[in-house]
Design a protein around this ligand. Structure first.
Ligand code: HEC
Ligand code: HEC
Ligand code: HEC
Ligand code: HEC
Length: 502
């Protein structure tokens, strides 16, 4: 963000030239005028070309209100469609990111313990490109699937919400029974949301087939960015903001905030999707939200320490909001969807991916550092956050075992209530950073602050339990590989656990 022109430098005053006859001066003047006019025309024409490239609306094949198939939109916008399709590539890798889905549980067995007894402890992989969203949710072991013994198994349809443009379309189909106003598609979507969330995931499989696509972010009539997900509209309203009044630059992040956020399913209305934003986006604001509105809510009870745990999902938008780029009005799209050109047309790159795979078009537009300097800077930030994350995990894993050891020594639920309350908030803090995409890059200081608090709270748990254990040190089981960690977790899930006291 440097400026090459130095306003304080003295500008050389043009000295009047002697010896040029008046006629020659007039000719030069006339030629200059013609040249200036030509340059002006050229600039206007370039400007128009650029505008044309960026101005959609010359739809050759009009797209219907509920067209969910990206291929149909692609007939009008081939550049956007072709780059969008590139999100199918799952081979790229960066130091901490890329589209190749890292197996978090193989790489970091601590998470097998921290998510023991919950779906994430069985199957937890890094996100890959949008083109895979439907296939990946269908295949994850976190979704309960029908078996020959239980053919009618129920799993919340809410899990579909961030996977497909068929979601707003299905919500509207359900909403039309209540909301007859055909002129406002958003009203129909809102009217059908509750029925959608209450449905069975497996019943909607036949309706939901296209991965995240054009209809998720664009109004098909105007191609303007549009928020189709009721949960974000409601969350914005809960912080006093009307999403339809957001600036164009804000919309370039808000379209992502439809899905890249923390959320949970309320018990009433059934499995209703909610972003816990009321007090703000910081981790403390969310914890205060749960305390105030849903104090008893837990995603599951941890089988080792018997703590009711809140799973933090992927609060990418919230974390980003606390960072310097949000402060300086840089949007998600500025880094993840930079402009590019093809055949003279300028357009938005719809190959949404790690910006480290496209530094020249993303970061380097604003930062005049070399590509290698930018990459090193990012990796050094991420490595520090990663190290702090592992330290917080180590303290948290031991805190769970310490509580279990105190139980084995005869401590009561009352004795352990303060320790469990601290595990709950420590683990939510750790997860707010750990589950965030980008390994802390979106807000480095905030990530380190939160991990510091998580580790401190986990150590407080250990002080409390040390008192209950009267100085007897627990013997920690080996959880250094995925296999050993899974075996230990299983003994607690099955009810007996491993012996932790010497
Ligand atoms: C200033 C640029 C910038 C902005 C703004 C930004 N990101 Fe990122 N994002 C990055 C970088 C750098 C990474 C790390 C990529 C890596 O490790 O390969 C990243 C990583 C990610 C990842 C994981 C990608 C991967 O391959 O691991 C996701 C998802 C993501 N960002 C979403 C968002 C969302 C959503 C927003 C807006 C709320 C946003 N980002 C705003 C630069 C940015
Ligand atoms: C995740 C959200 C998202 C999805 C999905 C998405 N777009 Fe976009 N699209 C954007 C953003 C952000 C912009 C930049 C808009 C702006 O700044 O005005 C954009 C811009 C555009 C533009 C304006 C011209 C340009 O290139 O800047 C067109 C046309 C477009 N998208 C077509 C499509 C098509 C076709 C699809 C489906 C194949 C699609 N988009 C899917 C977010 C999305
Ligand atoms: C409709 C929900 C939805 C919207 C809108 C959305 N995402 Fe995603 N995004 C997802 C899901 C789900 C995944 C994981 C897909 C998978 O792993 O199969 C994902 C994955 C990603 C990844 C990982 C891809 C990689 O190569 O590492 C990035 C980066 C990303 N999204 C950025 C964005 C940005 C930036 C926006 C806004 C312009 C956005 N997303 C809008 C749901 C969404
Ligand atoms: C649209 C402009 C823009 C883009 C694109 C952009 N940045 Fe920035 N970046 C800024 C601004 C503005 C600041 C605030 C500091 C300043 O004014 O120089 C900043 C600050 C930073 C900082 C210092 C962070 C801190 O906490 O002080 C780093 C590191 C950084 N950017 C890296 C990146 C990387 C990596 C990318 C690409 C993934 C990127 N930026 C993309 C505008 C941008």
């Amino acid at each position: 963000m440097t400026d090459d022109t130095n306003p304080t430098a003295p500008s050389p005053a043009p000295a009047p030239k002697k010896g040029i006859p008046l006629w020659a001066g007039l000719v030069i003047l006339a030629l200059t005028a013609v040249a200036v006019a030509l340059v002006g025309l050229l600039a206007v024409s370039i400007g128009e070309r650029r505008q044309e490239a960026l101005r959609p609306g010359f739809a050759v094949n009009p797209v219907g209100e509920w067209e969910t198939d990206p291929a149909a939109w692609g007939l009008n916008y081939p550049n956007e469609y072709d780059t969008y399709k590139a999100t199918a590539d799952s081979t790229t890798r960066t130091k901490f990111g890329g589209a190749a889905p890292r197996d978090y549980l193989d790489e970091d067995p601590n998470q097998v313990i921290l998510f023991a007894g919950f779906g994430f402890g069985k199957d937890y992989k890094q996100a890959r490109g949008h083109m895979h969203a439907v296939e990946d949710v269908v295949n994850t072991k976190r979704v309960k699937n029908p078996t020959p013994e239980h053919p009618d198994v129920f799993h919340p349809a809410t899990c579909w919400t961030c996977k497909s443009p068929d979601v707003p379309s299905k919500m509207a189909a359900l909403g039309r029974e209540k909301e007859k106003d055909e002129t406002d598609p958003l009203k129909q979507i809102a009217a059908g949301a509750e029925a959608f969330y209450a449905s069975n995931f497996h019943d909607l499989k036949k309706d939901i087939t296209h991965p995240i696509g054009c209809l998720d972010c664009h109004d098909p009539k105007t191609m303007k960015l549009r928020i189709t997900r009721p949960a974000l509209r409601e969350a914005m309203a809960s912080i006093g903001r009307d999403v339809d009044q957001a600036s164009h630059q804000e919309m370039r992040s808000l379209v992502c905030a439809q899905c890249h956020v923390q959320y949970y399913f309320k018990t009433s209305p059934k499995n209703y999707l909610k972003f816990p934003w009321e007090g703000g986006h910081r981790v403390e604001d969310m914890l205060a939200y749960y305390e105030k509105h849903d104090g008893a809510f837990a995603d599951w009870t941890h089988p080792i320490s018997k703590t009711p745990i809140l799973k933090c999902r992927h609060p990418d938008y919230e974390m980003y909001s606390t960072g310097v780029h949000a402060y300086r009005n840089v949007s998600c799209a500025d880094c993840h969807m930079p402009y590019r050109t093809a055949g003279g047309a300028k357009f938005t790159d719809h190959h949404i991916q790690s910006p480290l795979l496209n530094i020249a078009n993303s970061c380097a537009v604003c930062h005049r550092w070399s590509e290698s300097d930018i990459r090193e800077r990012v990796e050094s930030i991420q490595a520090k956050v990663h190290a702090a994350k592992l330290q917080a995990e180590d303290a948290l894993v031991k805190a769970h075992f310490d509580v279990a050891a105190a139980m084995q020594a005869g401590a009561s639920d009352d004795d352990l209530a303060p320790a469990r309350a601290l595990i709950r908030t420590a683990q939510f803090r750790w997860d707010y950073v750990s589950a965030n995409n980008g390994m802390g890059f979106h807000s480095p200081q905030e990530s380190m602050r939160i991990l510091g608090d998580a580790a401190r709270q986990a150590m407080e748990v250990r002080l409390l339990t040390a008192r209950l254990l009267k100085g007897v040190a627990p013997v920690y089981p080996d959880v250094s590989t995925r296999a050993t960690a899974a075996a230990v977790a299983k003994t607690f899930v099955d009810g007996q656990g491993v012996k932790l006291l010497p």
